[in-house]
Design a protein around this ligand. Structure first.
Ligand code: ATP
Ligand code: MG
Length: 277
């Protein structure tokens, strides 16, 4: 009879980022299985320790933060200006994005006092800034923000309730929005250094969107363009493109990790490594 790892053993091995095929290993007896567990645990502990050591000996900054810096510099080089906006939103800003009580995202919002919430996305703040900067600067206006977004999530290995979005927008386009969106996605993905595919999707918020898929079918970003019906509420009249990348998803795939929580904000993981070794 084939013996598999116990639930507790599996849990420990998942914590240490054991690959799926090793988790599913079968043994001839309980003794062999326990021996197999001890050996694999040792290997994985060594690997996690090596990761932490290379963080300390190397650049001293987690992969996520390095990626954030490289992407910010590449965007500035491409004529974008970085903006920094509040992590909280008024309920009104969600309504203006077309997100109300009937929208699926509504149930994922973390509410604060006075009808404010933690931002589930950067788009409302970027819309607000575009509308103001549009009155001050000649087109094209190119801005981006990198910051935490918050959503109540029930799904496992690719969702965090606090994650880092990089959202860029360009207002006042010279060419077709679809073409410009593809160019900007290519610019970011070349810096990240991952292969990707583009897929057209229908989004509840924006209508037509283009998703960037990595590692098969993991969504790393969603992009869209206007003129769009929501624009009027924000006082936007020119054509635009925008795309939001999830930096933890990019980091997870780039770093070869099995679960997103390894690279997210954490007290038990640091730069992909487990800390209770
Ligand atoms: P999904 O369908 O995978 O839940 P989404 O389409 O709801 O994602 P968007 O609103 O398009 O997500 O957000 C843009 C990007 O932000 C996504 O492509 C993804 O990379 C990232 N992202 C969204 N939600 C999360 C989350 N809970 N944890 C980590 N990254 C996320
Ligand atoms: Mg999406």
């Amino acid at each position: 009879m084939a013996v598999q790892f116990t639930t507790t053993q599996k849990q420990r091995l998942i914590e240490l980022d054991a690959p799926a095929d090793k988790l599913a290993a079968c043994f001839g007896s309980q003794e062999e299985r326990n021996q197999g567990f001890a050996t694999l645990q040792d290997e994985l502990i060594t690997k996690n320790k090596a990761l932490l050591q290379s963080l300390r000996d190397g650049l001293g900054r987690p992969l996520l933060r390095q990626m954030e810096t490289q992407l910010a510099l590449a965007l500035v080089e491409a004529g974008f200006v970085e903006v920094v906006t509040p992590a909280t939103l008024a309920k009104e800003a969600l309504y203006r994005m077309g997100i109300d009580e009937t929208h699926p995202l509504w149930k994922q919002i973390f509410w604060l006092e006075d009808g404010r919430c933690l931002r589930p996305m950067l788009a409302p703040n970027l819309y607000a800034l575009l509308s103001r900067l549009g009155k001050l600067w000649p087109a094209p206006i190119r801005i981006f923000e990198v910051g935490s977004c918050y959503r109540k999530e029930s799904k496992g290995s690719c969702h965090l309730s606090e994650f880092t979005m990089l959202n860029l927008v360009e207002l006042g386009l010279e060419n077709s929005p679809e073409q410009r969106l593809q160019e900007l996605i290519a610019l970011v993905m070349a810096k990240v250094g991952l292969e990707y595919q583009l897929v057209s999707e229908e989004s509840e918020v924006y209508g037509q969107t283009v998703d960037v898929l990595i590692a098969g079918d993991l969504e790393a970003a969603s992009g869209t363009w206007g003129p769009h019906p929501l624009d009027e509420k924000w006082g936007i009249t020119e054509s635009w493109v925008g795309v939001g990348f999830g930096l933890e998803r990019l980091t997870m795939v780039k770093g070869g990790f099995g679960q997103i929580r390894r690279v997210g904000r954490s007290l038990i993981y640091l730069d992909g490594a487990r800390l209770n070794l």
